[in-house]
Design a protein around this ligand. Structure first.
Ligand code: AP5
Length: 208
């Protein structure tokens, strides 16, 4: 399994990725999680990335691309990977194509999790995320069911930033739907249904 997950903030990319990882043991490469880990560690990258993330903007390509290249080269990604949140614009997609070509890897699919904006705003305002492992769930879950860490509300899940993230998605990331359709690997799932129903369709679309 070598796939890219596409979809607006809060569409459920991370949720579906978590289920695929649990069932198939592939690597979950989430640039959002990698960047949040860098922010938490207060590394140079984290300090640079934070101001963009807090503003609902994309972190500059040069900061993100090296992270993904390094992660794709790690052992667990050899069994397969789910790219969640990358690529985020056409420039990143072109770099990814070139990197995968050098590694002799073909993407199996780019899967769009399709959800209307009004559903997204509601979902993100009640999302909670694990500080330690990035696991996501809805409000009411205080302890991470995966690692026991503390569940918190991401700074960029506050309503004013959510709208900016949606605008950024429309302007910069939505064009990738056409990009991957042009490559003949686009698949689309209706993400506005219960998680397990979406997951059944995800597996079917991926031939799993
Ligand atoms: P990132 O962490 O990638 O955020 P995102 O794309 O905005 O996606 P989310 O994690 O918010 O949503 P999701 O689709 O994974 O939804 P989830 O499954 O959690 O990026 C954050 C920031 O980092 C960016 O704004 C940017 O600044 C930077 N960044 C990241 N990658 C970058 C890149 N490549 N280039 C430049 N900058 C980058 O679900 C949401 C909620 O809904 C949860 O509570 C969940 O439990 C619930 N839910 C999920 N599915 C369902 C369902 N079917 N029914 C009901 N509830 C559901």
């Amino acid at each position: 399994m070598k796939i890219v997950l596409l979809g607006a903030p809060g569409a459920g990319k991370g949720t579906q990725a978590q289920k695929l990882v649990e069932e198939f043991g592939v690597a979950h490469i989430s640039t959002g999680d990698l960047l949040r880990a860098a922010v938490k560690a207060q590394s140079k990258l984290g300090k640079q990335a934070k101001e963009y993330m807090d503003a609902g903007k994309l972190v500059p390509d040069e900061l993100v691309i090296d992270l993904v290249k390094e992660r794709l080269g790690q052992d667990d990604a050899k069994k397969g990977f789910i790219l969640d949140g990358f690529p985020r614009n056409t420039a990143q997609a072109v770099v990814l194509d070139s990197e995968l070509k050098d590694m002799n890897i073909d993407l199996d699919a780019a899967l769009l999790v399709d959800v209307k904006p009004e559903v997204i705003i509601k979902r993100l305002s009640s999302r909670r995320t694990c500080r330690d492992c990035g696991y996501t769930a809805t409000a009411g879950v205080d302890t991470c069911p995966r690692c026991g860490g503390e569940m918190y509300q991401r700074d960029d899940d506050k309503p004013e930033t959510v709208q900016k993230r949606l605008d950024t998605y429309e302007q910069q990331t939505a064009p990738l739907v056409e990009y991957y359709a042009g490559h003949g690997i686009l698949k689309k799932v209706d993400g506005d249904r219960p998680v397990d129903e979406v997951y059944v369709d995800v597996k079917s679309l991926l031939g799993l």
